[in-house]
Ligand binder design. Structure first.
Ligand SMILES: Cc1cc2nc3c(=O)[nH]c(=O)nc-3n(C[C@H](O)[C@H](O)[C@H](O)COP(=O)(O)OP(=O)(O)OC[C@H]3O[C@@H](n4cnc5c(N)ncnc54)[C@H](O)[C@@H]3O)c2cc1C
Length: 478
């Protein structure tokens, strides 16, 4: 069977590529391949089981139609019209230009609205109050980025993607679930197709492979596929450059402390370069009245994330504090470094996320489960195991995080309260960055890379935009 286009993965980048091709009447002969399930069959058993059961063959949070977007908090990061750069969501604008990216965000946002996204925009109403926080942060060596956010909410994101999946099926987009792409077929530096196998055979190296052909293949495997993509690139000489890995923790503190930031911005993006290392440390993915959640990657690597519902609320806000680490010579394996950190922390937590009180880190002691009983902040992730994250996070990462928290306390009073919680590991894996041109094409003719996996984007909106952009290029070609 030969297709015009095969897309590997069905995260937002892939889904929006397919949507745009349906709009341009070019979707009939395309195939999307996903190792997880249809969105309506995805559910995370953690609520019922009380702990992460490590779904087989793949985690329902990170795999399946709409990828990591299905259970995400669904914060769509837009842009400020007056800004002359794009500050959030990765690097798409560096390839296609700032104005074109803004236009794409407007267009893609409209599609989200058409499929039922909340019309309300956060972070647009309280300009004066935001400016006061901006100035206060600046005085304390921290930069505050505030852009309009459209918050879908976890349960509403799920429903929205069900509607998009139905739309694609109704418009003859071919979708194969529970199949993973094992390898790609290249001849004379030109893409020819992919080799797939049943997802249940993920660990069976002798499982039969089916070959499917296409002149255009799009890699859209997200962070879930970053490890696979790194191996694929080195096997087939797909050009990459050393990427970064973001390592850190998920921080949980009372809504009360964060109430102004939550009200004025919904999500404040704070960036610092604390002493002595000067590494970039940033807050990311803030979830007012939210819940901390696990996500499971290859080989049962359990990481932490967070989200918030539209209707169901906790009394805590959670956000990531991430440190960007670059490696180049002689060690240039950011994914491997991140995986080792995660593995060590998972072992300390008996396969689970580890949680510790900030005050215990200052006191040089681990946290015990019973100490949460009288703690002001009660963990929203019940499966997290009390322990000591300082055993596994490197000195540099740990110092960066603690210094940043101290700095932030001067901006948001109570940010460094000893009762606040740190969960680890939170790690954002990007494969070594795939080198692509303005058409998002790799050095292999007909092989393209979009979304988070190849390091182009970071986040729902930009991943979706990269799909729309590539669809328009492919529509001209097929
Ligand atoms: C809990 C959580 C909350 C989040 N909250 C937000 C938020 O509020 N705002 C925001 O902007 N972003 C958020 N994100 C991040 C956001 O979900 C991602 O940036 C976005 O989904 C990236 O889209 P993508 O298409 O690049 O990849 P993904 O969504 O990761 O999709 C990739 C897909 O490819 C599949 N795949 C991988 N390898 C293969 C293979 N070999 N064969 C077949 N299929 C494969 C995977 O199963 C997956 O379904 C959140 C993520 C999580 C996990």
């Amino acid at each position: 069977m030969k297709y015009d286009v095969i897309v590997i993965g069905m995260g937002p980048s892939s889904v929006f590529l397919a949507y745009e091709l349906t709009k341009l009447n070019k979707a009939k002969n395309i195939l999307l391949i996903e190792e997880g399930k249809e969105v309506e069959n995805r559910s995370c058993p953690i609520e019922k089981a009380g702990k992460c059961v490590k779904c087989k063959p793949f985690c329902n949070i990170t795999s399946g139609f709409s990828g990591a977007g299905a259970f995400s908090d669904g914060k769509l990061s837009l842009y400020n019209p007056e800004d002359d750069d794009i500050y959030v969501g990765g690097e798409l604008h560096k390839y296609i230009g700032v104005q074109e990216t803004k236009d794409l965000i407007d267009y893609t946002d409209k599609i989200y609205l058409d499929f039922g996204a909340d019309k309300k925009l956060e972070g647009t109403e309280f300009k004066d109050e935001i400016k006061k926080y901006y100035d206060k942060a600046k005085k304390n060596g921290i930069n505050l980025i505030s852009i309009p956010i459209r918050h879908l909410g976890t349960e509403k994101s799920h429903e929205l993607y069900v509607r998009i999946e139905k739309h694609l099926a109704d418009n003859n987009v071919n979708m194969r679930f529970n199949c993973m792409v094992d390898d790609i077929i290249i001849e004379n530096d030109k893409i020819k197709g992919v080799k797939i196998k049943d997802s249940n055979s993920v660990n069976d190296e002798n499982a039969p492979l089916e070959e499917i052909y296409a002149d255009n293949v799009v890699i859209a495997v997200g962070r879930k596929g970053a490890n696979w993509l790194t191996d694929l690139c080195s096997k087939h000489n797909i050009k990459t450059e050393a990427g970064i890995v973001d390592i850190g923790i998920r921080y949980e503190l009372p809504d009360e402390i964060m109430k102004d930031i939550n009200k004025y911005m919904y999500e404040g993006k704070f960036i610092g370069h604390p002493y002595p290392f000067g590494d970039k440390v940033r807050t990311f993915c803030q979830n007012p009245s939210g819940f901390v959640a696990p996500e499971v990657y290859d080989n049962n690597l359990t990481l932490v994330n967070g989200h918030s519902y539209k209707d169901r609320k906790s009394t805590n806000t959670n956000l990531a504090i991430l440190v960007s680490h670059h490696f180049n010579y002689p060690f240039n394996k950011p994914i491997e470094y991140g995986r080792n950190v995660a593995k060590n922390l998972n072992e300390l937590g008996n396969g689970n996320v580890v949680v510790q009180r900030l005050g215990d880190i200052y006191r040089g002691k681990r946290t015990w489960q019973e100490e949460f009983e009288n703690n002001e902040v009660v963990p929203t992730l019940k499966s997290a195991v009390a322990g000591d994250i300082t055993f596994a996070l490197g000195y540099r990462t740990m110092t960066d995080i603690l210094e940043f928290i101290k700095q932030m306390d001067k901006v948001v009073e109570g940010f460094a309260n000893p009762t606040n919680l740190l969960y680890g590991p939170e790690i954002k894996f990007y494969s070594n960055k795939v080198i692509i041109d303005k058409n998002l094409e790799t050095n292999i003719k007909g092989l393209y890379s979009i979304g988070d996996g190849g390091g182009l984007t970071r986040g729902l909106m930009m991943a979706s935009c990269s799909g729309v952009y590539l669809a328009r290029i492919l529509a001209e070609k097929i």
